[in-house]
Design a protein around this ligand. Structure first.
Ligand code: NAG
Ligand code: NAG
Ligand code: NAG
Ligand code: NAG
Ligand code: NAG
Ligand code: NAG
Ligand code: NAG
Ligand code: NAG
Length: 499
């Protein structure tokens, strides 16, 4: 892999860096009309045309196709293909053609491939197809047969969501936006594209190989849980975990999963402030308004007492620092936020809490794990505040410089800056101790995704809580899956740098 771990985020300050999956262009009005029933003749049509742009397209093809071109691919037979089919779930399948869903019992029709007599018909390569049609347009002219083929083509080149609410049972209800009737699905069709490389697709098998016999803990709040549940869904096609939370006597804020076949433990250690707090929030029915005391120099035992043996620790949280807080250090009150006459956010508590968490893990005897910090996940509340009907109803990522400049999630720059500064300091210490710290700096990538939150689609429509919209968490599947693509990429990079 050419792109180094650090470079993966270098692109974040440039104009367009999320790419829509190319699938939709097929449905757009087009200039190039191709009447075709089977995909391969398309190549033949293009290759017999002499215009220079098509010649370019042909030059990008492989030898296999050259061979195939000389072969009569229409003369042949159907032969067994045990590896089939190409896909078993795809959001573009036309409802009434979803035969398996409607109970078709036999599967043999999925395990046959066309075999021309004189050659092999190459496997469909989405990558190759997309290279060929880049910058072009294509129209099918016809009837429902054409629609049938278009749906097939969309599924073949589909690089959309890895899982759906139907295939993954681990989606928290409140993040299951489609279940709650979210009509706009465009948010599923974007992928993060670093300027200097490709972010590899998430590979569940590879991930499980890396973590075999290991343990991973997310330390933080429901944003950490959001990412952990995305990870479980991404892995769910290959393996599913046992829930050992209750068995281990942990309360409902924790999660403790175990993958028996891979001897892999995946936990969420609930600690919304990272440091000790008065935990008034356990009894908070006032929706995040109850004041909390933070003991900034005392790390929260909720995670410290359990963390020593973990191989990978991912700090991810920080959403709880917006409420009224009193800061205590060395047994003395040293300041407060949203208190008395001080209504501003006082970033002091946020900074020191991170500092305390990092120095604690750095000084933990016996700890040898990798440490990641997932940086601040931006909220996107517009047209009001979170409790006065504010919403995040955009349906597209922010693309233009103007749009980005106009979006100012609360506290964004300060929180992000503080995390980066405190983490850099910790990283220097970590190097001296031979520990591996790495930043997952997702903030800038997520600022442009106001379309990715549940908004009002986090509760049943019949529940009358329209006043509160969730512009904090991320719909699943959705943009949060990218964080795990980045996690896998970072882990691979770290492991290869250690070897
Ligand atoms: C076709 O050629 C491209 C570029 O030369 C290469 O990356 C790709 O792997 C090849 N595909 C096959 C199926 O050989
Ligand atoms: C592809 O074709 C070129 C020229 O015909 C040949 O030199 C090369 O060996 C071929 N490559 C493969 C992988 O068949
Ligand atoms: C998944 O989402 C669809 C809407 O796209 C909904 O009809 C269905 O009930 C959901 N299923 C689950 C299990 O959440
Ligand atoms: C499972 O992994 C743990 C370390 O996380 C190790 O101590 C234990 O021996 C492993 N068990 C098996 C059966 O491999
Ligand atoms: C929450 O309230 C219960 C009953 O009122 C009390 O026993 C408990 O100590 C409280 N917990 C916290 C963390 O304040
Ligand atoms: C708050 O502000 C008012 C008016 O400026 C002042 O009289 C009061 O002493 C202040 N209270 C505190 C606790 O600082
Ligand atoms: C979002 O809500 C605002 C305020 O009600 C409205 O003006 C705007 O058109 C909505 N945007 C979308 C994309 O629905
Ligand atoms: C829901 O709440 C709003 C405002 O609180 C109220 O106007 C509306 O009548 C309620 N709708 C239902 C179905 O209860």
């Amino acid at each position: 892999m050419k792109c180094e771990a650090k470079k993966i985020f270098n692109c974040m300050h440039t104009s367009i860096n999320i790419r829509k999956s190319v699938t939709l262009f097929l449905l757009l009005p087009s200039t190039l009309l191709i009447l075709t029933v089977v995909f391969l003749p398309l190549i033949q049509i293009i290759s017999s045309n002499q215009s220079s742009s098509e010649v370019y397209a042909i030059n990008t093809l492989n030898n296999t196709t050259e061979e195939t071109r000389k072969c009569n691919i229409f003369s042949g037979h159907w032969s067994p293909y045990p590896e089939g089919p190409y896909y078993d779930r795809c959001p573009y399948i036309i409802e009434h053609l979803n035969c398996i869903k409607f109970g078709r019992p036999d599967r043999e029709f999925l395990k046959l491939r066309w075999k021309p007599y004189d050659c092999e018909l190459p496997l469909f390569s989405a990558k190759e197809f997309l290279r060929l049609v880049q910058g072009k347009s294509m129209a099918f002219v016809g009837d429902s047969m054409a629609r049938n083929q278009i749906a097939s083509l969309l599924c073949l080149i589909n690089n959309g969501p890895y899982y759906s609410n139907e295939t993954c049972p681990f989606i928290t209800d409140k993040q299951n936006c489609l279940l709650h009737g979210r009509p706009n699905k465009e948010f599923l069709q974007w992928r993060w594209k670093p300027d200097e490389c490709q972010l590899p697709l998430f590979d569940a098998t590879q991930f499980l190989k890396i973590v075999k016999g290991k343990s991973m803990a997310f330390v933080g709040d429901s944003i950490g849980r959001n990412q952990m549940e995305s990870l479980i869904c991404l892995l769910s096609t290959v393996a599913r975990p046992e829930d050992n939370t209750v068995k281990r006597g942990l309360d409902r804020t924790y999660r403790w999963w175990f993958y028996p076949d891979h001897n892999f433990t995946l936990a969420l250690l609930w600690s919304p402030f990272l440091v000790k707090s008065s935990q008034g929030y356990y009894n908070d029915s006032s929706n995040f308004l109850l004041p909390e005391n933070l003991y900034l120099d005392e790390p929260d035992q909720a995670w410290v007492s359990k963390i020593e043996d973990f191989d990978v620790v991912i700090f991810s949280g920080g959403q709880w620092f917006f409420r009224p807080l009193t800061f205590i250090q060395h047994g003395q009150v040293v300041g407060c936020q949203k208190c008395q006459n001080n209504t501003d956010l006082d970033f002091y508590g946020y900074r020191i809490a991170h500092r305390t968490a990092f120095s604690t893990i750095l000084n933990l005897k016996g700890f040898k794990g990798m440490v990641f910090l997932v940086t601040h996940s931006p909220n996107h509340i517009e047209n009001g505040r979170w409790n006065t009907g504010g919403r995040c109803n955009r349906t597209k990522p922010l693309i233009t410089v103007e749009e980005k400049a106009a979006m100012h999630p609360y506290g964004l720059e300060e929180l992000h800056q503080i995390q980066r500064e405190e983490f850099r300091e910790a990283e220097i210490e970590a190097k001296k101790k031979g520990l591996h710290f790495d930043l997952m700096d997702i903030t800038e990538a997520m600022v442009v995704r106001p379309d990715g939150h549940p908004n009002s689609y986090w509760h049943a429509i019949d529940k009358n809580i329209t006043e509160i919209n969730d512009c904090v968490h991320w719909c699943m599947p959705g943009a949060v899956d990218t964080w795990n693509e980045i996690l896998l990429f970072k882990m691979k990079t770290l492991i290869s740098s250690i070897k």
